[in-house]
Write a protein that binds this ligand. Structure first.
Ligand code: PLP
Length: 416
Protein backbone atom coordinates (compact mmCIF):
# COMPACT_ATOMS: atom_id res chain seq x y z
CA UNK A 1 0.00 0.00 0.00
CA UNK A 2 1.55 3.25 -1.12
CA UNK A 3 1.58 6.27 1.15
CA UNK A 4 -0.40 8.16 -1.51
CA UNK A 5 -3.18 5.57 -1.29
CA UNK A 6 -3.23 6.00 2.47
CA UNK A 7 -3.24 9.77 2.15
CA UNK A 8 -6.08 9.71 -0.33
CA UNK A 9 -8.09 7.29 1.89
CA UNK A 10 -7.53 9.61 4.85
CA UNK A 11 -8.58 12.68 2.86
CA UNK A 12 -11.79 10.93 1.75
CA UNK A 13 -12.48 9.91 5.33
CA UNK A 14 -11.87 13.44 6.67
CA UNK A 15 -14.30 14.77 4.05
CA UNK A 16 -16.87 12.16 5.13
CA UNK A 17 -16.54 13.16 8.80
CA UNK A 18 -16.80 16.84 7.86
CA UNK A 19 -20.18 16.21 6.24
CA UNK A 20 -21.62 15.50 9.69
CA UNK A 21 -24.13 12.86 8.56
CA UNK A 22 -26.22 10.63 10.84
CA UNK A 23 -27.23 7.32 9.28
CA UNK A 24 -28.13 3.92 10.68
CA UNK A 25 -27.57 0.50 9.11
CA UNK A 26 -27.87 -1.45 12.34
CA UNK A 27 -31.18 -3.17 12.91
CA UNK A 28 -33.28 -5.24 10.59
CA UNK A 29 -36.41 -3.16 10.76
CA UNK A 30 -39.00 -2.54 8.05
CA UNK A 31 -39.05 1.02 6.70
CA UNK A 32 -41.99 3.38 7.12
CA UNK A 33 -42.93 2.73 3.47
CA UNK A 34 -43.17 -0.99 4.20
CA UNK A 35 -45.27 -0.42 7.30
CA UNK A 36 -47.54 1.84 5.23
CA UNK A 37 -48.44 -1.20 3.09
CA UNK A 38 -50.40 -2.50 6.07
CA UNK A 39 -52.19 0.81 6.70
CA UNK A 40 -55.68 -0.56 5.86
CA UNK A 41 -55.28 -3.01 8.72
CA UNK A 42 -55.39 -0.19 11.26
CA UNK A 43 -59.11 0.26 10.74
CA UNK A 44 -59.86 -3.47 10.84
CA UNK A 45 -61.73 -5.51 11.89
CA UNK A 46 -64.34 -2.75 12.31
CA UNK A 47 -67.72 -3.48 13.86
CA UNK A 48 -67.75 -7.08 12.58
CA UNK A 49 -65.65 -8.75 15.24
CA UNK A 50 -66.92 -12.30 14.69
CA UNK A 51 -64.34 -14.92 13.74
CA UNK A 52 -65.05 -17.50 11.01
CA UNK A 53 -66.49 -19.92 13.59
CA UNK A 54 -68.86 -17.21 14.87
CA UNK A 55 -66.93 -16.66 18.11
CA UNK A 56 -66.49 -13.15 19.49
CA UNK A 57 -62.86 -12.16 18.85
CA UNK A 58 -63.07 -9.49 21.56
CA UNK A 59 -63.37 -12.03 24.32
CA UNK A 60 -61.12 -14.42 26.21
CA UNK A 61 -60.46 -17.89 24.88
CA UNK A 62 -59.08 -19.72 21.87
CA UNK A 63 -55.57 -20.22 23.24
CA UNK A 64 -54.26 -21.58 19.92
CA UNK A 65 -55.41 -18.56 17.94
CA UNK A 66 -57.89 -18.13 15.09
CA UNK A 67 -57.81 -21.08 12.67
CA UNK A 68 -58.45 -18.82 9.64
CA UNK A 69 -55.19 -16.98 10.32
CA UNK A 70 -53.27 -20.17 11.04
CA UNK A 71 -54.51 -21.51 7.68
CA UNK A 72 -52.95 -18.54 5.87
CA UNK A 73 -49.50 -19.19 7.40
CA UNK A 74 -49.62 -22.98 7.52
CA UNK A 75 -48.13 -23.45 4.03
CA UNK A 76 -45.43 -20.79 4.41
CA UNK A 77 -44.26 -22.34 7.69
CA UNK A 78 -44.80 -25.97 6.66
CA UNK A 79 -46.86 -26.79 9.74
CA UNK A 80 -50.38 -28.35 9.57
CA UNK A 81 -53.04 -25.89 10.80
CA UNK A 82 -53.96 -28.05 13.78
CA UNK A 83 -50.31 -28.09 14.94
CA UNK A 84 -49.78 -24.35 14.52
CA UNK A 85 -50.48 -21.82 17.28
CA UNK A 86 -51.05 -18.13 16.45
CA UNK A 87 -50.17 -16.02 19.45
CA UNK A 88 -49.21 -12.42 20.23
CA UNK A 89 -46.79 -10.00 18.65
CA UNK A 90 -43.33 -11.60 18.89
CA UNK A 91 -41.84 -14.91 17.81
CA UNK A 92 -38.70 -14.13 19.80
CA UNK A 93 -40.90 -14.14 22.88
CA UNK A 94 -42.22 -17.58 21.90
CA UNK A 95 -38.68 -18.90 21.44
CA UNK A 96 -37.56 -17.52 24.78
CA UNK A 97 -40.68 -18.86 26.41
CA UNK A 98 -40.18 -22.34 24.97
CA UNK A 99 -36.65 -22.50 26.35
CA UNK A 100 -37.76 -21.10 29.71
CA UNK A 101 -40.58 -23.65 29.93
CA UNK A 102 -38.15 -26.47 29.05
CA UNK A 103 -36.08 -25.31 32.02
CA UNK A 104 -39.12 -25.51 34.30
CA UNK A 105 -40.92 -28.68 33.09
CA UNK A 106 -39.72 -31.73 31.19
CA UNK A 107 -40.24 -31.61 27.42
CA UNK A 108 -41.89 -34.57 25.70
CA UNK A 109 -39.21 -37.26 25.60
CA UNK A 110 -37.04 -35.63 28.30
CA UNK A 111 -35.75 -37.50 31.35
CA UNK A 112 -36.01 -34.33 33.44
CA UNK A 113 -36.45 -30.59 33.16
CA UNK A 114 -33.41 -28.68 31.92
CA UNK A 115 -33.01 -26.76 35.20
CA UNK A 116 -32.04 -30.10 36.78
CA UNK A 117 -29.40 -30.90 34.17
CA UNK A 118 -25.78 -30.24 35.15
CA UNK A 119 -25.21 -28.41 31.85
CA UNK A 120 -27.48 -27.30 29.01
CA UNK A 121 -25.81 -26.24 25.75
CA UNK A 122 -27.09 -25.16 22.33
CA UNK A 123 -25.32 -25.18 19.00
CA UNK A 124 -25.17 -21.76 17.37
CA UNK A 125 -24.35 -21.69 13.66
CA UNK A 126 -22.14 -18.61 13.14
CA UNK A 127 -22.55 -15.93 12.11
CA UNK A 128 -26.11 -15.85 13.45
CA UNK A 129 -28.82 -13.80 15.18
CA UNK A 130 -27.66 -12.04 18.35
CA UNK A 131 -31.01 -12.27 20.14
CA UNK A 132 -30.96 -16.06 19.98
CA UNK A 133 -27.72 -15.85 21.92
CA UNK A 134 -29.14 -13.35 24.41
CA UNK A 135 -32.10 -15.65 25.12
CA UNK A 136 -29.72 -18.52 25.89
CA UNK A 137 -27.41 -16.36 27.99
CA UNK A 138 -30.36 -15.14 30.09
CA UNK A 139 -31.36 -18.73 30.80
CA UNK A 140 -27.89 -20.07 31.54
CA UNK A 141 -27.75 -22.08 28.30
CA UNK A 142 -24.19 -22.33 27.01
CA UNK A 143 -23.61 -21.55 23.34
CA UNK A 144 -21.33 -23.69 21.20
CA UNK A 145 -20.51 -22.05 17.85
CA UNK A 146 -20.52 -24.20 14.71
CA UNK A 147 -19.59 -22.89 11.27
CA UNK A 148 -22.35 -21.95 8.83
CA UNK A 149 -21.62 -23.13 5.28
CA UNK A 150 -23.43 -22.13 2.08
CA UNK A 151 -25.76 -25.10 2.71
CA UNK A 152 -26.52 -24.37 6.38
CA UNK A 153 -24.70 -25.50 9.53
CA UNK A 154 -21.58 -27.61 8.96
CA UNK A 155 -23.34 -30.93 9.42
CA UNK A 156 -20.23 -33.07 9.96
CA UNK A 157 -19.42 -30.95 13.01
CA UNK A 158 -23.05 -30.84 14.18
CA UNK A 159 -23.53 -34.61 13.90
CA UNK A 160 -20.32 -35.31 15.77
CA UNK A 161 -21.15 -32.90 18.62
CA UNK A 162 -24.76 -33.99 19.16
CA UNK A 163 -23.96 -37.70 18.95
CA UNK A 164 -21.37 -37.56 21.70
CA UNK A 165 -22.69 -35.07 24.23
CA UNK A 166 -26.09 -35.42 25.98
CA UNK A 167 -25.82 -31.89 27.39
CA UNK A 168 -26.23 -30.46 23.89
CA UNK A 169 -29.98 -29.97 23.93
CA UNK A 170 -30.58 -28.03 20.76
CA UNK A 171 -29.55 -25.99 17.77
CA UNK A 172 -30.64 -22.59 16.47
CA UNK A 173 -31.60 -22.55 12.81
CA UNK A 174 -32.77 -19.70 10.56
CA UNK A 175 -33.27 -21.99 7.58
CA UNK A 176 -34.31 -19.52 4.90
CA UNK A 177 -32.46 -16.28 4.13
CA UNK A 178 -30.55 -16.58 7.42
CA UNK A 179 -29.79 -13.59 9.58
CA UNK A 180 -27.17 -12.28 8.71
CA UNK A 181 -25.81 -14.26 5.73
CA UNK A 182 -28.94 -14.94 3.66
CA UNK A 183 -28.08 -18.65 3.66
CA UNK A 184 -30.79 -21.06 2.49
CA UNK A 185 -30.42 -24.53 4.00
CA UNK A 186 -30.04 -27.31 1.43
CA UNK A 187 -32.48 -30.24 1.45
CA UNK A 188 -29.62 -32.51 2.49
CA UNK A 189 -28.82 -30.31 5.51
CA UNK A 190 -32.45 -30.34 6.62
CA UNK A 191 -32.62 -34.12 6.18
CA UNK A 192 -29.48 -34.62 8.25
CA UNK A 193 -30.71 -32.28 11.00
CA UNK A 194 -34.04 -34.10 11.12
CA UNK A 195 -32.57 -37.59 11.21
CA UNK A 196 -29.18 -37.41 12.97
CA UNK A 197 -28.72 -39.48 16.12
CA UNK A 198 -28.47 -37.29 19.23
CA UNK A 199 -27.19 -38.29 22.68
CA UNK A 200 -29.88 -36.07 24.27
CA UNK A 201 -33.35 -37.71 24.03
CA UNK A 202 -34.90 -34.23 24.34
CA UNK A 203 -32.82 -32.55 21.61
CA UNK A 204 -34.69 -29.70 19.90
CA UNK A 205 -34.23 -27.78 16.66
CA UNK A 206 -35.29 -24.16 17.15
CA UNK A 207 -36.46 -23.65 13.54
CA UNK A 208 -36.79 -19.87 13.33
CA UNK A 209 -38.32 -19.39 9.89
CA UNK A 210 -38.46 -15.61 10.35
CA UNK A 211 -37.93 -14.91 6.63
CA UNK A 212 -40.13 -17.64 5.15
CA UNK A 213 -41.83 -15.34 2.62
CA UNK A 214 -39.34 -12.45 2.44
CA UNK A 215 -38.02 -12.99 -1.07
CA UNK A 216 -35.85 -10.49 -2.94
CA UNK A 217 -36.13 -12.19 -6.30
CA UNK A 218 -38.92 -13.57 -8.48
CA UNK A 219 -37.85 -17.13 -7.74
CA UNK A 220 -38.68 -17.83 -4.09
CA UNK A 221 -36.33 -20.21 -2.31
CA UNK A 222 -37.89 -23.45 -1.09
CA UNK A 223 -36.63 -25.36 1.92
CA UNK A 224 -37.36 -28.92 2.94
CA UNK A 225 -40.16 -29.60 5.44
CA UNK A 226 -38.29 -30.19 8.69
CA UNK A 227 -41.34 -31.36 10.61
CA UNK A 228 -42.27 -33.97 8.01
CA UNK A 229 -38.67 -35.19 7.70
CA UNK A 230 -38.20 -35.42 11.47
CA UNK A 231 -41.47 -37.34 11.77
CA UNK A 232 -40.40 -39.72 8.99
CA UNK A 233 -37.06 -40.26 10.73
CA UNK A 234 -38.78 -41.16 14.00
CA UNK A 235 -38.10 -37.82 15.75
CA UNK A 236 -41.45 -36.01 15.48
CA UNK A 237 -40.78 -33.92 18.61
CA UNK A 238 -37.41 -32.61 17.46
CA UNK A 239 -38.40 -29.36 15.69
CA UNK A 240 -40.10 -26.36 17.21
CA UNK A 241 -41.07 -24.09 14.31
CA UNK A 242 -41.39 -20.31 14.72
CA UNK A 243 -42.37 -17.42 12.51
CA UNK A 244 -44.17 -14.10 12.61
CA UNK A 245 -45.74 -11.35 10.58
CA UNK A 246 -43.46 -8.71 12.13
CA UNK A 247 -41.84 -8.00 8.76
CA UNK A 248 -45.01 -8.70 6.79
CA UNK A 249 -47.54 -6.39 8.42
CA UNK A 250 -46.40 -4.37 11.46
CA UNK A 251 -43.18 -5.00 13.37
CA UNK A 252 -44.63 -4.07 16.74
CA UNK A 253 -48.14 -5.36 16.14
CA UNK A 254 -47.80 -8.51 14.11
CA UNK A 255 -48.77 -12.08 14.96
CA UNK A 256 -46.24 -14.73 15.99
CA UNK A 257 -46.56 -18.48 15.37
CA UNK A 258 -45.31 -21.62 17.11
CA UNK A 259 -45.65 -25.06 15.57
CA UNK A 260 -44.46 -28.61 16.01
CA UNK A 261 -45.65 -32.12 16.73
CA UNK A 262 -48.99 -32.47 18.50
CA UNK A 263 -47.08 -33.51 21.64
CA UNK A 264 -44.83 -30.43 21.57
CA UNK A 265 -47.71 -28.04 20.93
CA UNK A 266 -49.89 -29.64 23.62
CA UNK A 267 -46.96 -29.40 26.06
CA UNK A 268 -46.49 -25.71 25.27
CA UNK A 269 -50.20 -24.89 25.52
CA UNK A 270 -50.45 -26.80 28.81
CA UNK A 271 -47.79 -24.48 30.27
CA UNK A 272 -49.52 -21.43 28.76
CA UNK A 273 -52.80 -21.89 30.60
CA UNK A 274 -51.14 -20.83 33.83
CA UNK A 275 -50.42 -17.36 32.52
CA UNK A 276 -52.72 -16.42 29.63
CA UNK A 277 -56.45 -16.72 28.91
CA UNK A 278 -56.18 -16.11 25.19
CA UNK A 279 -54.14 -14.12 22.65
CA UNK A 280 -55.11 -10.87 20.90
CA UNK A 281 -57.66 -12.34 18.50
CA UNK A 282 -58.79 -8.97 17.19
CA UNK A 283 -55.28 -8.71 15.77
CA UNK A 284 -55.64 -12.22 14.35
CA UNK A 285 -58.91 -11.23 12.72
CA UNK A 286 -57.48 -8.03 11.26
CA UNK A 287 -54.55 -10.01 9.83
CA UNK A 288 -56.83 -12.69 8.39
CA UNK A 289 -59.10 -10.14 6.73
CA UNK A 290 -56.21 -8.06 5.41
CA UNK A 291 -54.08 -10.91 4.03
CA UNK A 292 -57.11 -13.05 3.01
CA UNK A 293 -55.23 -16.22 2.00
CA UNK A 294 -51.80 -17.59 1.01
CA UNK A 295 -52.03 -15.80 -2.36
CA UNK A 296 -52.85 -12.53 -0.60
CA UNK A 297 -49.80 -13.04 1.60
CA UNK A 298 -47.57 -13.67 -1.44
CA UNK A 299 -48.94 -10.59 -3.22
CA UNK A 300 -48.34 -8.45 -0.15
CA UNK A 301 -44.74 -9.67 0.03
CA UNK A 302 -44.27 -8.78 -3.64
CA UNK A 303 -45.05 -5.20 -2.70
CA UNK A 304 -42.46 -5.34 0.07
CA UNK A 305 -39.94 -6.63 -2.44
CA UNK A 306 -40.49 -3.60 -4.69
CA UNK A 307 -39.44 -1.38 -1.80
CA UNK A 308 -36.64 -3.50 -0.36
CA UNK A 309 -34.88 -5.03 -3.39
CA UNK A 310 -33.48 -1.70 -4.72
CA UNK A 311 -31.80 -1.11 -1.35
CA UNK A 312 -30.02 -4.46 -1.52
CA UNK A 313 -29.03 -3.65 -5.12
CA UNK A 314 -27.35 -0.45 -3.88
CA UNK A 315 -25.37 -2.38 -1.25
CA UNK A 316 -24.24 -4.82 -3.94
CA UNK A 317 -23.35 -2.05 -6.41
CA UNK A 318 -21.28 0.01 -3.98
CA UNK A 319 -19.36 -3.00 -2.69
CA UNK A 320 -18.71 -4.29 -6.21
CA UNK A 321 -17.60 -0.87 -7.41
CA UNK A 322 -15.01 -0.47 -4.65
CA UNK A 323 -13.96 -3.95 -3.61
CA UNK A 324 -14.55 -6.36 -6.49
CA UNK A 325 -10.84 -7.18 -6.68
CA UNK A 326 -9.82 -6.56 -3.09
CA UNK A 327 -8.25 -9.62 -1.46
CA UNK A 328 -10.06 -10.66 1.71
CA UNK A 329 -13.20 -8.57 1.11
CA UNK A 330 -16.33 -10.54 0.22
CA UNK A 331 -20.03 -10.09 0.77
CA UNK A 332 -23.17 -12.17 0.55
CA UNK A 333 -25.76 -11.69 -2.18
CA UNK A 334 -28.96 -12.79 -0.43
CA UNK A 335 -32.05 -13.80 -2.39
CA UNK A 336 -34.21 -12.77 0.55
CA UNK A 337 -34.30 -11.68 4.17
CA UNK A 338 -33.02 -8.51 5.73
CA UNK A 339 -29.21 -8.59 5.78
CA UNK A 340 -25.95 -8.62 3.88
CA UNK A 341 -22.82 -10.01 5.53
CA UNK A 342 -19.64 -8.16 4.65
CA UNK A 343 -16.44 -10.07 5.40
CA UNK A 344 -13.22 -8.07 5.69
CA UNK A 345 -9.62 -9.16 6.31
CA UNK A 346 -9.05 -10.54 9.82
CA UNK A 347 -8.82 -7.94 12.55
CA UNK A 348 -10.49 -5.12 10.60
CA UNK A 349 -14.23 -5.46 11.31
CA UNK A 350 -14.21 -3.54 14.59
CA UNK A 351 -11.98 -0.86 13.08
CA UNK A 352 -14.41 -0.33 10.18
CA UNK A 353 -17.33 -0.11 12.61
CA UNK A 354 -15.37 2.36 14.77
CA UNK A 355 -14.48 4.57 11.80
CA UNK A 356 -18.09 4.50 10.58
CA UNK A 357 -19.40 5.49 13.99
CA UNK A 358 -17.01 8.43 14.20
CA UNK A 359 -18.32 9.53 10.79
CA UNK A 360 -21.97 9.31 11.93
CA UNK A 361 -22.82 5.92 10.36
CA UNK A 362 -24.11 3.37 12.87
CA UNK A 363 -23.25 -0.25 12.01
CA UNK A 364 -24.10 -3.36 14.05
CA UNK A 365 -21.23 -3.81 16.54
CA UNK A 366 -18.55 -6.11 15.19
CA UNK A 367 -18.86 -9.49 16.90
CA UNK A 368 -22.62 -9.15 17.50
CA UNK A 369 -23.31 -12.05 15.15
CA UNK A 370 -21.22 -14.41 17.32
CA UNK A 371 -22.03 -15.86 20.76
CA UNK A 372 -20.78 -13.67 23.58
CA UNK A 373 -20.02 -10.92 21.03
CA UNK A 374 -16.75 -12.62 20.04
CA UNK A 375 -15.96 -13.00 16.38
CA UNK A 376 -12.65 -14.88 16.69
CA UNK A 377 -11.40 -13.40 13.41
CA UNK A 378 -12.95 -9.93 13.87
CA UNK A 379 -13.89 -10.15 10.21
CA UNK A 380 -17.70 -10.02 9.95
CA UNK A 381 -19.88 -6.93 9.57
CA UNK A 382 -23.67 -7.17 9.33
CA UNK A 383 -25.33 -4.63 7.04
CA UNK A 384 -29.06 -4.00 7.39
CA UNK A 385 -30.30 -1.82 4.53
CA UNK A 386 -34.09 -2.07 4.87
CA UNK A 387 -34.90 0.73 7.32
CA UNK A 388 -33.36 3.90 5.80
CA UNK A 389 -34.81 5.38 2.60
CA UNK A 390 -32.94 4.49 -0.62
CA UNK A 391 -30.97 7.76 -0.79
CA UNK A 392 -29.76 7.19 2.77
CA UNK A 393 -28.69 3.63 1.98
CA UNK A 394 -26.66 5.04 -0.95
CA UNK A 395 -25.04 7.64 1.31
CA UNK A 396 -24.38 5.19 4.12
CA UNK A 397 -22.85 2.59 1.81
CA UNK A 398 -20.62 5.19 0.13
CA UNK A 399 -19.48 6.07 3.66
CA UNK A 400 -18.88 2.42 4.57
CA UNK A 401 -16.72 2.08 1.46
CA UNK A 402 -14.63 5.08 2.55
CA UNK A 403 -14.19 3.59 6.04
CA UNK A 404 -13.22 0.18 4.72
CA UNK A 405 -10.73 1.70 2.28
CA UNK A 406 -9.10 3.62 5.12
CA UNK A 407 -9.00 0.56 7.38
CA UNK A 408 -7.39 -1.48 4.58
CA UNK A 409 -4.92 1.26 3.74
CA UNK A 410 -3.97 1.80 7.40
CA UNK A 411 -3.32 -1.95 7.74
CA UNK A 412 -1.09 -1.81 4.71
CA UNK A 413 -3.46 -3.89 2.61
CA UNK A 414 -4.24 -3.26 -1.02
CA UNK A 415 -7.71 -2.02 -1.89
CA UNK A 416 -7.56 -3.41 -5.44
N1 PLP B 1 -35.84 -14.21 14.25
C1 PLP B 1 -34.94 -13.65 13.42
C2 PLP B 1 -33.97 -14.52 12.70
C3 PLP B 1 -34.90 -12.26 13.26
O1 PLP B 1 -33.99 -11.73 12.44
C4 PLP B 1 -35.81 -11.46 13.97
C5 PLP B 1 -35.79 -9.99 13.88
O2 PLP B 1 -34.87 -9.40 13.36
C6 PLP B 1 -36.74 -12.09 14.83
C7 PLP B 1 -36.72 -13.46 14.94
C8 PLP B 1 -37.74 -11.31 15.63
O3 PLP B 1 -39.00 -11.74 15.34
P1 PLP B 1 -40.30 -11.21 16.10
O4 PLP B 1 -40.51 -9.80 15.70
O5 PLP B 1 -41.37 -12.10 15.63
O6 PLP B 1 -40.04 -11.34 17.59
Amino acid sequence: MSSTALQSAKADYDALVARGITLDLTRGKPSAAQLDLAAPMLSMPGPDYRAADGSDARNYGNLRGLPELRAIFSGALDVPVEQLVAFNNSSLELMYDTLAQAMLSALPGARRRWADEPRVAFLAPVPGYDRHYTACEHLGIELVPVPLTDDGPDMDTVEQLVAGDPSIKGIWCVPKYSNPTGTVYSDETVRRLASMPTAAPDFRIMWDNAYAVHHLTETPAEIADVLALATEAGHPDRPFVFGSSSKITLAGSGVAFLGGSAANVDWWVARLVARNIGPDKLNHLRHARFLRDADGLAEHMRRHREIVAPKFAVVRQVLAEHFADTPGVTWTDPAGGYFVTLTVPDGLASEVVRLAKAAGIALTPAGATYPYGKDPRDAVIRLAPTFPVLAEVEQAMAGVAVCLRLALASAGLATR
